[in-house]
Design a protein. Structure first.
Length: 229
C-alpha cells in the first residue's frame, strides 16, 4: 500500500510532535498545522488521506473547518478533542466526521483508529495498483509508466492526475473533483491548469494527441480514461 499522508490540525505542539513521531514510525507521512489558516494553506497544495482534527483551535473551531472541508472534498476526518459530550460527538458525525476520539487517548488507540479508517477507505489489492490500457502500463504503487514497454517520464502532478483517472477508469470525473483531488481541496488553481496537464498527458501517452483514444473530454463535465474491460 502507498504511504498515506496524515494532516494533524492541533495547536498543542507537544502533542502534535508525539503523534507525528508515533505515526511516522509506523510508515505514515505526517504534517502538522496549528490553526485553520495553516491548514487551509496546506490543503490547497497537498493531498492528504486522513485528517486528525482538534475542535478547539485558536482561530476557529474544528467543526467549522470540517464544514468547509466537506464542501469541496471527502477526505476522512477523525475528531480528537477534550470535548466529550454526546452533543459534540453527534455534531462531529453529523457534519461529516468519520471518527471521534476523546482526549486524553493512548497513542496505540489513535494508531488503531487511523489504521482502521485507512483500511476502510483505501484498501485495495496489489493487482488493482497496476492499470493497463492499450500499450500503456501504469504502476500506481511504484509511480512508473511505460508505453510499448518503454518508460514514460511524467512530472509529479502529471502522474497524480493520471493515477486518479486510473483509479476511476471508465468513469467521467468532473474538473472540480480533479482539481480538488490532485491540486488540493482549497487550491486556487485555474481550470486552465488542468487543461494544460491533460494536454501534456495526451502528448506523452496518445499516438495522436489531437484524436485521443484513452484520455477523453466529457462535454460539460470533465475527463474520462477509457479502456476496454
Amino acid at each position: 500500500m502507498l504511504k498515506k499522508n496524515i494532516l494533524v490540525i492541533d495547536d498543542d505542539e507537544d502533542l502534535s510532535y508525539i503523534i507525528t513521531d508515533m505515526l511516522e514510525s509506523y510508515g505514515y507521512s505526517v504534517t502538522c498545522a496549528e490553526n485553520s489558516e495553516t491548514a487551509f494553506r496546506l490543503l490547497s497544495t497537498h493531498t492528504y488521506h486522513v485528517i486528525l482534527l482538534d475542535i478547539n483551535l485558536p482561530d476557529t473551531t474544528g467543526f467549522e473547518l470540517c464544514k468547509e472541508l466537506r464542501r469541496v472534498c471527502d477526505v476522512p476526518v477523525i475528531f480528537a478533542s477534550a470535548r466529550t459530550s454526546e452533543t459534540d460527538r453527534i455534531t462531529g458525525f453529523d457534519i461529516g466526521g468519520d471518527d471521534y476520539i476523546p482526549k486524553p487517548y493512548s497513542m496505540q488507540e489513535l494508531l488503531s483508529r487511523v489504521n482502521a479508517l485507512v483500511r476502510r477507505t483505501y484498501s485495495v489489492h496489489d493487482e488493482d495498483q497496476i492499470v493497463h490500457f492499450g500499450d500503456i502500463c501504469v504502476n500506481i504503487a511504484s509511480r512508473t509508466v511505460t508505453k510499448k514497454n518503454q518508460p514514460v517520464s511524467l512530472s509529479l502532478r502529471e502522474f497524480d492526475l493520471l493515477s486518479y483517472l486510473c483509479t476511476h477508469i471508465n468513469t467521467a470525473v468532473s474538473k472540480e473533483t480533479l482539481l480538488s483531488k490532485v491540486w488540493g481541496a482549497f487550491n486556487e488553481v485555474e481550470p486552465s491548469t488542468l487543461t494544460v496537464h491533460i494536454r501534456w498527458l495526451r502528448e506523452k501517452l496518445e499516438d495522436d494527441p489531437r484524436m485521443p483514444v484513452f484520455i477523453k473530454t466529457v462535454y460539460k463535465v470533465g475527463y474520462i480514461l477509457e479502456a476496454a474491460e
